[in-house]
Design a binder for this molecule. Structure first.
Ligand code: MG
Ligand code: ZN
Length: 205
């Protein structure tokens, strides 16, 4: 393994709300943190395969004044504790606190880190030595698929959260590499396709 110890690795970029946990609207109290029953098993499978798991999430509730950055950090610590109890882990969390129409001036901006912007993926890739083009993005919205396309990763849309509705409303020019029921199926798909080259992209014609 020493030969390409310095080559950037594949990783998995995961959306949070609707993908790892129930999308309850704006999660603003830990009482509403509902982890899907298959999430820990799915993450453990990725952990065991040596794939870094990075959460990339838009948290515009911060800009809207619904909750603080500290609350988002608390949420991630609580999620980590529940996953650890089942032998699974997230390697890193990155969130965008901004929104162009946010009520909180400090976070009101057109940023490049709000998905489908790629800045958070780039930041994570630099920190964890990942190659986005060899990586996977999993999410429940077309914006997640768009992010995958922007960074050259493979895109998996899950039907949890908004995914089932998104599936019925195709967005022009955007196709996922796979549409699956949930994160467990997404993890299986990733492990099956890990060593196969990216499929040719369906392109706009
Ligand atoms: Mg989502
Ligand atoms: Zn941002």
């Amino acid at each position: 393994m020493t030969a390409d110890a310095t080559a950037p690795r594949a990783g998995v970029f995961l959306d949070r709300d609707g993908t790892l946990i129930e999308d309850v609207g704006y999660l603003d109290t830990l009482a509403r943190l509902l982890v899907f029953p298959w999430t820990a098993d799915a993450l453990r499978a990725l952990n065991r395969a040596g794939l870094p798991v990075v959460v990339i999430t838009n948290q515009s509730g911060i800009a809207r004044g619904y909750f603080s950055e500290a609350f988002v950090d608390d949420t991630h610590r609580a999620l980590d504790a529940r996953l650890a109890a089942r032998g699974a882990r997230v390697d890193a969390y990155y969130y965008c606190p901004h929104h162009p129409e946010g009520a909180v001036a400090a976070y009101r901006q057109q940023c490049d880190c709000r998905k489908p912007g790629r800045a958070l993926v780039d930041r994570a890739a630099a920190a964890l030595h990942l190659d986005p083009a060899r990586s996977f993005v999993v999410g429940d919205k077309w914006g997640d698929v768009e992010l995958a396309r922007a960074v050259g990763a493979r895109a998996i849309l899950v039907r949890t959260g908004s995914g089932a509705v998104e599936e019925k409303r195709p967005r022009g020019g955007l196709a996922a590499d796979a549409i699956v029921d949930n994160l467990a199926a997404a993890a299986s798909w990733i492990l099956m396709h890990l060593h196969s080259p990216s499929a040719p992209r369906r392109t706009r014609c």
